[in-house]
Design a protein around this ligand. Structure first.
Ligand code: PLP
Ligand code: ZN
Length: 447
């Protein structure tokens, strides 16, 4: 069986298509975003049971490239890529963790965390970047005039682009908002040999510039408006369902900035349903930081109008985006999945991340936004305590230690309810014993 895929304009009244090796990011006819469309009839020729069996066989095997969580679903992702052009860093197949103690703390027994940060560059961006860079490698091998691949980033996209390009021997160019990303995120593309352009603007400003420099076909655009990335990212929803033994959870909560990821989540889940692997869909919740909440505002207006906002500085720096590129796709997803959008304040997100950490997690602030939104929706009765809820943890907490340090040193303008300050002592047994007695006594009394 040969499987095929192509780009298609997302506007139903346009529907223009382009081959996947065309250098095109927006529809040339109407300007809308594109998406990858698959030959669903060809995919449907294999039964649902047949797909499940194939995916199970490959999952976490050692057979390259199928051992990757993304490439184990190759036929659904990028069917026409040659295996020799696949650039993989063993992305995906990340843990789905039952957060037992966190669930107890908030009164929701069946809560799970999809740890997308447990991956090569520490964020879910690896899932999409393996697809994009593999396609670029194939295009270059076939003579495309591409000299470099570029992106604007709030820190994680640039880390992923730099790593996959370095693994493939392709030049990466990253445009970053100066002083607005973490040290870990900055050192990743530097270490991987990318051309790092640190600009005196915010993410939206970087995004405008990268679209201009990639008009020339020699520099290929790697932002998520390039729908190749969505194809890799969509495996997260498929993988969650697979990890539950092909059972669909009731609710999936995902933090949203540029809104590519929520669109991808929806796309993967819809494919599962269309091909008969599941018979229902979960509800999807997008969690936004109150200081960068254009989707939340549009949701309050029933998505009748969209207005970009000037994103304010937030601890959740990877979602500090005021003019999300994938807005239209995200709204379509939310309408298909009984979607809810909720927001979290700085205090809510920091406390929720810290509460999770106290229960054995190690959350990035964006995961904190999602956890805070979960707590709010549970209290508001919009999520029932009998439901099975999955929170998508988008990055590893170790990429965002500055925020945690400030929190535990109570340097943030908030109560820092769960701050845990280290006890500084002289190196003497009596002092250590005294500190131990005090700490264990207060723990026993439940303080
Ligand atoms: C990119 C990113 C997001 C937001 O994803 P979008 O597709 O831009 O909505 C959330 N969390 C982290 C850690 C990210 O890197
Ligand atoms: Zn179009």
């Amino acid at each position: 069986m040969t499987y095929r895929a192509w780009f298609k304009c997302i506007r139903a009244d346009c529907g223009q298509t382009y081959p996947l090796d065309a250098i095109v990011y927006n529809c040339r006819k109407c300007g809308a975003l594109l998406e990858v469309e698959h030959d669903m009839a060809a995919l449907a020729a294999r039964t649902a049971a047949g797909w499940k069996e194939l995916f199970e066989e490959r999952y976490r095997s050692t057979a390259l490239p199928y051992s990757s969580g993304v490439w184990g679903k190759k036929e659904w992702v990028l069917p026409e890529i040659e295996d020799t052009n696949i650039v993989s860093l063993h992305e995906g197949a990340t843990p789905l963790l039952w957060a037992e103690r966190f669930g107890k703390a908030i009164g929701l027994p069946d809560v799970w965390i999809k740890l997308c940060g447990t991956t090569h560059t520490g964020s879910f961006k690896d899932l999409g970047m393996t697809v994009l860079v593999s396609q670029v490698k194939q295009m270059m091998a076939r003579g495309a005039p591409i000299k470099a691949v570029a992106c604007a980033s709030t820190g994680d996209t640039s880390a992923a682009l730099a790593a996959y390009c370095a693994a493939a021997g392709i030049q990466a160019v990253v445009l970053l908002p100066r002083g607005k990303i973490s040290i870990a995120q900055l050192i990743q593309p530097i270490s991987n040999g990318a051309l790092v352009l640190s600009l005196d603007t915010d993410f939206d400003g970087c995004m405008r510039l990268v679209q201009q420099i990639t008009r020339d076909e020699t520099i290929y655009l790697a932002n998520s408006m390039n729908s190749l990335r969505i194809e890799g990212q969509k495996t997260v929803g498929i993988e969650i369902v697979q990890q539950f033994g092909w059972q669909v959870p009731d609710v999936i909560i995902i933090p949203g900035g540029n809104l590519g990821n929520v669109s991808a989540l929806g796309k993967g889940l819809l494919m599962l349903k269309q091909l008969g692997l599941v018979d229902r869909l979960p509800r999807i919740v997008v969690a936004q930081a109150e200081r960068a909440n254009p989707l939340y505002r549009a949701y309050l207006r029933n998505f009748e109008t969209f207005e970009p906002v000037q994103a304010q500085k937030t601890l959740a720096s990877a979602i500090q985006i005021g003019n999300p590129v994938s807005y239209e796709k995200a709204v379509r997803t939310l309408k298909q999945f009984g979607g809810i959008v909720e927001q979290a304040t700085e205090e809510e997100l920091a406390d929720a991340a810290a509460l999770g950490d106290r229960c054995g997690l190690f959350n990035c602030p964006h995961t904190g936004v999602a956890l805070a939104v979960l707590i709010k929706l549970l209290r508001a009765g919009k999520i029932d305590k009998a439901e099975r809820v999955v929170v998508i943890s988008t990055a590893h907490g170790l990429k965002f230690v500055e925020m945690k340090v400030d929190y535990h040193q109570r340097k943030l303008e908030m109560p820092c309810r769960y701050a845990n300050e280290p006890v500084e002592l002289p190196a003497r047994l009596d002092a250590v014993k005294e500190a131990l007695d005090k700490a264990l006594a207060s723990r026993a009394s439940g303080a």
